[in-house]
Design a protein around this ligand. Sequence first.
Ligand SMILES: Cc1cc2nc3c(=O)[nH]c(=O)nc-3n(C[C@H](O)[C@H](O)[C@H](O)COP(=O)(O)OP(=O)(O)OC[C@H]3O[C@@H](n4cnc5c(N)ncnc54)[C@H](O)[C@@H]3O)c2cc1C
Length: 401
Amino acid sequence: MARIVVVGAGIIGLATAARLATRGDDVVVLEKETEVAEHQTGRNSGVIHSGLYYVPGSLKARLGTAGAASMTAFAHEHGVAVETCGKLVVAVDDDEVARLDVLAERGRANGVPVHRIGPDEAREHEPHVACVAALRVESTGIVDYRGVCRVLAAQVTDAGGEIRLGTTFVGARTDGDGVRVRLLDPSGDGTELRADALVVCAGLYADRAARTCGIQPAARIVPFRGEYFELAPHAARLVRGLIYPVPDPRFPFLGVHLTKMVGGGVHAGPNAVLALAREGYRWRDVSPADVADALTWPGLWRLGARNWAPGAREVARSLSTSLFAASLARLVPGIGKADIVPAPAGVRAQALQRDGSMVDDFLVQTVGRQVHVLNAPSPAATASLEIAKHLERELDGALAA
Ligand SMILES: Cc1cc2nc3c(=O)[nH]c(=O)nc-3n(C[C@H](O)[C@H](O)[C@H](O)COP(=O)(O)OP(=O)(O)OC[C@H]3O[C@@H](n4cnc5c(N)ncnc54)[C@H](O)[C@@H]3O)c2cc1C
């Protein structure tokens, strides 16, 4: 039985903590917020991705595909709202058809059941969609990720683990065979915990948390806000399930899409704009330190220089509801500006390398008795139960070394 401190009560930290606590480890989770799943996990699209998009053999492909099955089974087993409703990826013009076919090949290479269909069959699934061709993926689903986190948190405490909310991780250092962890308790007082090992799943703060432990992360987290609208009730009938565009292969984000939610209603989005604070959910949320952090990273300038035109289009779409509605109307022509209402945004933690390339795969760095998750973008919520197994193996290797 080892004493393990886990930082972050998002879905990755909780899934890992639940796994370790139920096998008998003495687990303490540190979370700076007063609730679990307050950041990426509680502000995402709620999709169980099937594994369609990811480079075959990558962690995203392996853990994402296995995770789609394990997350769906977990939700059914624990009474969390879930539905395997399937999705359509639609090519709206001939130029997109070639990319659609590449995507279908990639999906098949990952073992995802993908069906290439024509416009008539697409309209049998989604009567209001416009397309020249489409992919149908039956295994895609939707789930309540906050509900999943509540179950995982209960598993941690039922197994004797502790979840310390309102507690900020400040840093750690290796000490003999273990790790000394510094934290601020809910009253703001600094204290220290001694642990056999540390697992850091700090999402938007992953790189900073690594630096406070004396580890130089290979990439910097750059926050990309994803803004959402909801279809107004009168327009929700235009969408039955999930409708996605063909993604632009140059970007890791999937493009604004239409997503039925488990709680009812249809989400539209997310776009991708640089956030002016790591937890900046609105344009007016500005953190000078976070802005300075992003602007002093050469990778951001290199990314910007290569992608200024699509970047400017994203900003314009963020500022104009008409442009946002026009993107949705490419998929479902009946949708107009009057059919959408703003909904809360999320911010993605995207690791960006010095050369301006985005880290595509999940990235975990283990140093001594510390395991740091440095990049866990979509589909990490889908894959979380499998990522937890991966982190458990890393941790066991570190403890045995
Ligand atoms: C807009 C958007 C849409 C997405 N859609 C999907 C989707 O449909 N399907 C999917 O599979 N994935 C999706 N994702 C990705 C998915 O949500 C994330 O990959 C996943 O939630 C990452 O979980 P996490 O635990 O690493 O991070 P988080 O959920 O961000 O959790 C990190 C936690 O660490 C805490 N923390 C940070 N620093 C400290 C500190 N110093 N001390 C204590 N606590 C700290 C934070 O408060 C936070 O609670 C989406 C993401 C976004 C933003």
